[in-house]
Design a protein around this ligand. Structure first.
Ligand SMILES: NC(=O)c1ccc[n+]([C@@H]2O[C@H](COP(=O)([O-])OP(=O)(O)OC[C@H]3O[C@@H](n4cnc5c(N)ncnc54)[C@H](OP(=O)(O)O)[C@@H]3O)[C@@H](O)[C@H]2O)c1
Length: 327
């Protein structure tokens, strides 16, 4: 029996492991892109019960939604489809993108996303970032309009504090919160994850494999392709990579004990933190998809979890521009 969860209280059933589609056309490995192969991985995911698919209008920009839409032709009903709004590609900005949570932007963007996705309704529409220039209540009210219009089943937030979840909840129910959570990025466990667990909100753990690092795949910075965003990420710089290997060593020891892959242990760790957590690992590789889907059956003992929690903290911030609008 395939393990399942729900997208928040009363939400649609989702596989215990989801699929992040970003890396199929954005951020990573620009030379390894192959839309047809990625579309086949999305089909493989649906076959395996990995039905929660995550994309965003800023990925590409736009091309990732088009890829997901094409892959879902004839299979839309099998997916729980999630996209996001609120970040806009902008070459003049140091990050290459800026926040836009204005209500008029949200209203215009849902229709564009639906067109690219080839559907008349997404199951989850997420505010990618809170725009510091726009009160969250205003962005969120525009998101709620998409629900009232039947264009979105439910709405969710990303990278928010508990206070922001509470402010949004006063306007319209928050179905999900998507934020980074992994063995080397546990910060959300302090408050956001417990809040979600207590309030029937799904927590979608993004980058649960530490952008691939926690699988043990990157032994040195030379393993990262030219043009790959990770080449600029503090945790992937040579000295940081060397230090962070202590974390993958701990994961590997547990993987050997459990007869599992290191990536499976990293995913099982996220699921063990709270029942509301649904990790959304990203992959465009059939073998990895199969391995990640099978992680739903990997259970860690309290000793395993304690050993992972005792691993040294990550060296390097998780984004290059800490404290600014992050990608
Ligand atoms: N809300 C936000 O702000 C935000 C930010 C970042 C990401 N996200 C979402 O979260 C999703 C996942 O995050 P992510 O893709 O950044 O990081 P991730 O899931 O931690 O790692 C993805 C990387 O790990 C590799 N990988 C996947 N499974 C593997 C396995 N079993 N063995 C070895 N390597 C494996 C992938 O390789 P291949 O791709 O080469 O197969 C890719 O390079 C994204 O796709 C996106 O939907 C959201």
């Amino acid at each position: 029996m395939l393990a399942t969860n729900t997208l928040g209280t009363g939400g649609p059933a989702v596989g215990a492991i989801g699929l992040g589609c970003m890396g199929m056309s954005h951020g990573y490995d620009p030379h390894g892109r192959d839309d047809a192969a990625s579309a086949a991985v999305i089909g493989q995911a649906l076959d395996a019960g990995v039905n929660l698919l995550d994309t965003a209008d800023v990925y590409g920009p736009c091309t990732n939604e088009e890829l997901v839409g094409a892959a879902l032709a004839g299979r839309r009903d099998e997916a729980v489809l999630a996209t996001k709004v609120g970040l806009v590609a902008d070459g003049r900005h140091p990050l290459g993108r800026r926040n836009d949570g204005r209500p008029e932007h949200v209203r215009a963007s849902i229709d564009a996303s639906l067109r690219r996705l080839g559907t008349d309704r997404v199951d989850l529409y997420q505010l990618h970032r809170v725009d510091p220039e726009v009160p969250i209540e205003e962005s969120w009210a525009a998101m709620a309009e998409a629900v009232a219009a039947g264009k979105a089943g439910r709405i969710g937030l990303s990278e928010v504090s508990v206070a922001e979840i509470e402010r949004a909840s006063a306007v319209h129910p928050v179905a999900s919160v998507q934020s980074e959570l992994s063995v080397w990025t546990p910060e959300a466990l302090a408050d956001v994850v417990p809040y979600c667990q207590a309030n029937g909100i799904a927590f979608l753990a993004y980058a649960p494999l530490g952008r691939g690092f926690l699988t043990g795949r990157f032994r040195s910075a030379d393993d990262i392709a030219d043009g790959d965003w990770r080449r600029t990420n503090p945790r992937f710089q040579p000295d940081a990579l060397d230090a962070n290997r202590a974390i993958t060593d701990a994961i590997r020891r547990i993987a050997e004990r459990r007869g599992a892959g290191p990536g499976q242990v990293a995913l099982a760790w996220t699921r063990a933190q709270a029942g509301c957590v649904v990790p959304i690992p990203g992959t465009k590789t059939p073998r990895y998809l199969a391995e990640n889907a099978a992680a739903a059956g990997v259970e860690l003992t309290s000793e395993d979890l304690a050993e992972l929690d005792a691993a040294p903290p990550a060296v390097g911030t998780r984004y290059r521009f800490v404290g600014s609008a992050r990608p």
